[in-house]
Ligand binder design. Sequence first.
Ligand code: PBG
Length: 326
Amino acid sequence: MIQRPRRLRGNAILRKMVRETRVDKSSLIYPIFVQEGDNIREEIPTMPGQYRYSVDRMSEKLDSLKKAGVDSVIFFGIPDTKDEVGSGAYAEDGIVQKALREARRQYGEELYLITDVCMCEYTSHGHCGVLCGHEVDNDQTLKLLAKTALSHAQAGADMVAPSDMMDGRVLAIRNELDQNGFTNIPIMSYAVKYASGFYGPFRDAAGSAPTFGDRKSYQMDFHNRKEGIKEALTDIEEGADLLMVKPALAYQDIIREVADLVEVPVAAYSVSGEYAMVKAGTQLGYVEEERMIAELAIGAYRAGASIYLTYFAEEVARLMEEGVIG
Ligand code: PBG
C-alpha cells in the first residue's frame, strides 16, 4: 500500500489539529536591558528594534509585553561604572536592584521577575568573575555571585539565573539564598552554555566584551555533547530547579538530549546573534522575518525546551495568538 502522509496536510484546520508541538505564551521570557540614567530608550545598533531602558522608561516595554501576554522578563543591567571586582553586580542600589524594586512597585505579582546573575557587565575587564592574574578565580567568584543573587532576591527577584559558568555556583547561590530565608526562590541555571560567537550583539548591548582573552576557559567548547550532559547533571545535583541550554539555534541536539535526560524544566535561550541574523537578513530582503521567527521558536520547543527566552517574545506571542504557531 502506498503511504500517503499528505492526507493530513490538505486542510488548514486539519494541519493545526495534528500539530505535534503545542506552545503557549506562558513559556516566553523576554530579556530586557536596563541602564543607569534618566529618560533613556536607546536602540542597540547591532540589535535593531531592541533598546536599553533607564528604569524610569522600562515600563514602556514592560507594558507592551504584558499587553502581548508575555508575563516574564529577565533583567540585564548596564551600570555607570565598572571595577575589578564588579561591585555594581551586588550593590544594594545597583541598576538591576533598582529596576527590580521599581518593577515590583508598578506591577506587583503581575510580572515574573528573573535576573541574570553574572559579573561581566560590571567588571572593568569584562570577564564573568574576579581575576587572579589573567585567570578567572573560580572560588573567589562564587562568593560574589552568591552575594549578587542574594541582593537580587532582597530587591524582589522571583527567580535568579546564573550565567557565569563557574563551577559550583548553583550550590553557592542555593546556600546563600537558603541561609537568608529565600528558600523559595528558584534557580534557573545556564547549565549548558557554550562559548559562542552568537553572543556578539549582546556584548555590544551590555558593553561586556572581555578586554583581553575570551571566555573559553569557563564557557563550553561547542564541539562537546557529553560535557553538556555533565554540566546539566551537576547543576541539578547542586540544586538547580530549571536548566537552560544556550544558544538555541545551533544546539538543538543538546536541548533534546538534556530534555530527555533530566526531570526539571528545560529552557532554551535564543541569543542576540540569532536575533541579529534575522534582523539583518530581513533588512537585506533575503529572508522573511516572521517565518524565521516562527521556525526558530518552534525549533527550540520541538527539540524539547518548555521555556523559551527570546528578544522576539512579543512577536512570538502574537504568532501564537494568531494561531500561526502553537
Ligand atoms: C552574561 C551573559 C551573556 C549572555 C547572557 N548572559 C553574554 C556572555 O556570556 O558573553 C548572552 C545573551 C545573548 O547573546 O543574547 N554572561
